[in-house]
Design a protein around this ligand. Sequence first.
Ligand SMILES: Cc1ncc(COP(=O)(O)O)c(C=O)c1O
Ligand SMILES: [Zn+2]
Length: 417
Amino acid sequence: MPKPSALVCVRCGSRYPVERFADDCPACREKDAPANLTVAYDSIPGAGRAKDQPIRPLDSMWRWDSFLPAASGAAVTMGEGNTPLISAPTLGLGDVWIKDESRNPTWSFKDRLASGAITMARQFGAKVVASSSSGNAGASAAAYAAKAGLPCIIFTFAGASAALVAQMRAYGAMVITVEDKADRWRLQSAGVREFGWYPTSPFFGPVVGSNPYGMEGYKTIAYEIAEAFDWNPPEWFVLPVCYGDALYGAWKGFEELKALGWIDRVPRLVAAEVSGSIAAAMQSGEAMPPEIPRNAPSIATSIGASQGTVQAVEALRRSGGTAVTVTDDELSRWVVTLGAREGMWPEPSSAAPFAAIQRLRASGTIAANDRVVALVTAAGLKDASVIDSALPPSPVVRGGLTEVIKALHEVYGFAHG
Ligand SMILES: Cc1ncc(COP(=O)(O)O)c(C=O)c1O
Ligand SMILES: [Zn+2]
């Protein structure tokens, strides 16, 4: 197992001592580009293991523990990871594969983050887990804290998705609702400093990203994809992005495999976003993405923040990737298309990669023969509202089969026989 030896700035490479969790890089904050820290190790992650040596068939992402900050035996795990990679030939997007993270224990990719962060919370002797999240990160933190036997406090705000708040409560978390969204960080931050609550989510602004140990969990997405492609990774990997935790984590994972010589190329990464903040930084060359407020909230609430992060921009630049801003109309269309054609129901945010791929194929940025993986980050049941707004109401039929056939035709355009 490699041991964490430092926390390193994702932008300027400054090294800081290992801590239970991270603030941002003081050097970059001074330059108005606050940046997250990432875990560095005392030995090369994965070293000593040959690529063709079978990775132990443990039923979770911890089978990659030679790349992670804790041993599988010490992990707080519920079988996260090892999600399927499914070919999606019906979408008209060429050679596209779906990495389906909705199969995780709480039905989102955040379980990799929560498993990584809460494993380390336990190792550091934390007594309480705290998260500011109205969504999947909170649901995951709640579940993994329960599994670890730690109390969990989640700050959310009035108007958060009812399904997700119910999920947090079902896992026994103590949910606190604040009226002003900004209060969540103020309160969590105070709890972290005064009481030693262990933060798994961002807890101050401008956001730099999440807990670095949690982000290590996202590296396993890259290992699984590379392994599934027999160590000849796809040309492109497209993710729905908000703060870029998964984007940066996956990039780091691919880089580690390249350093070991297991793969000879890192896929080009694409951030599918709704604010346009990361795209603006990619264009301007600035380190810090600008805030781009919207007139109305996006239907993709999970990725609805108005400002991206330095770590997202770093991962895109270093992988030769790009950012694509997608619209609500595209998201809604792709939610319906994925369900009807591939039998896959994504959360609205998880439809973003498909809209991005469509645009990049059309512009020729993604070449006709390039293989592409899209990350479906969470399940549609988390936010079912799009289905009601995008599809006609199902008809109420009185009478017999004649009326059924009529309704099938009128509402669904179905021609019988
Ligand atoms: C379903 C879903 N997709 C994507 C994201 C974006 O994640 P990240 O912050 O890693 O970019 C989130 C969370 O914030 C999410 O809940
Ligand atoms: Zn820095």
